[in-house]
Ligand binder design. Structure first.
Ligand code: 13P
Ligand code: SF4
Length: 311
């Protein structure tokens, strides 16, 4: 059986011969992040997909991320290592149901989180990610009512931060971020009183309320890098700890445990489907190319570009 280093070497050769780049999300396995040309949060990855001159983008992440890359780079081949790598949050918002929700709220501006299918984006006025959701909602006139979907936790957080009353929120959630236990985090905090609590806004409100920093994966990493604290309780998918530890070798990062003691950690099982052998097979045989019907892509690109215009 090939070693990790041998698999990584083969991927480097394939990237060269195929003029391919690998974009990876922070939640992927460490050995996958190591072979990526760029590792980032959803917004950074969308910008990287928009800016590349490679022939092939291999997206080491979940399906909606590959779709966003394809919408932004329609002439490139966008390959995903495992078509089963979905997202429970995106799945909590089927396009037909979301269309009915929009119909029931006429006159609203529709803001959709990037964790949605391309069909949902095609129904949307402006897309957002966890790193720019506040700016996106603030860019909409105060008097205009807003639909926010699909994450109820991010939606409630944005609603409380903006003080916006005229915002209706779709009732969706991510199974990973909903699983964290407030009690377990408070217990960890009492064992590590100097630790800062880093929380992704997809977590429930009671957890967001005890955070020292709420933000996207990239924002949490940046906070850890700049902070004078030595210990951090990380309340998001633990894949991010690889880059945190790399950036701050002398600091300690403690993954927050899930409420359900039957699962040992809070891995996103979809992100962890991306493995080195699958990346090799996908690049060698140019498998799992994302295809999006032209009329859907034409509609979906507008709200994505509108988001990318917001600095
Ligand atoms: P970020 O955009 O913060 O990286 O989050 C993506 C995601 O899927 C969170 O669960
Ligand atoms: Fe989707 Fe949650 Fe996994 Fe993020 S952590 S990709 S929101 S299932």
């Amino acid at each position: 059986m090939a070693t990790t280093e041998q698999l990584q070497e083969r991927i480097k050769e394939l990237k060269k011969s195929k003029k391919a780049i690998i974009l990876a999300h922070y939640y992927t396995r460490p050995e996958v992040q190591q072979v990526a040309d760029f590792v980032g949060d959803s917004l950074q990855l969308a910008r990287a997909a928009q800016g590349t001159d490679a022939d092939i983008i291999l997206f080491a992440g979940v399906h909606f991320m590959g779709e966003t890359a394809k919408v932004l780079s329609p002439d490139k081949k966008v390959l995903i290592p495992d078509p089963e790598a979905g997202c429970s949050l995106a799945d909590s918002c089927p396009a037909d149901d979301f269309a009915r929700f929009i119909e029931a709220h006429p006159g609203h501006t529709v803001v959709s989180y990037v964790n949605t299918s391309v069909a949902v984006k095609a129904l949307t006025d402006i897309v957002c990610t966890s790193s720019n959701a506040l700016q996106v909602v603030r860019s909409i006139p105060e008097s205009t009512p807003v639909i926010f979907g699909p994450d109820r936790n991010l939606g409630s957080y944005i609603k409380s931060m903006t003080g916006r009353k005229n915002m209706v929120i779709w009732d969706g959630a991510c199974h990973v971020h909903e699983r964290f236990s407030l009690e377990a985090i408070l217990r960890l905090k009492s064992e590590h009183p100097g630790a800062r609590v880093l929380v992704h806004p997809e977590c429930k409100q009671q957890i967001v309320l005890i955070a020292d920093r709420v933000g996207s994966t990239a924002a949490l990493l940046d906070y850890a890098r700049k902070s004078d604290a030595d210990e951090f309780i990380v309340v998001t998918e633990p894949g991010i700890i690889f880059k945190m530890q790399e950036a701050c070798p002398d600091k300690r990062f403690i993954p927050a445990p899930p409420a359900d003691s039957s699962c040992a950690c809070n891995d996103c099982s979809y992100m962890k489907l991306i493995t080195l052998p699958k990346i090799i097979d996908t690049l060698e045989n140019e498998l799992n190319a994302i295809e999006i019907p032209e009329e859907v892509a034409k509609k979906a690109i507008k709200p994505i570009l509108r988001m990318l215009e917001i600095k």
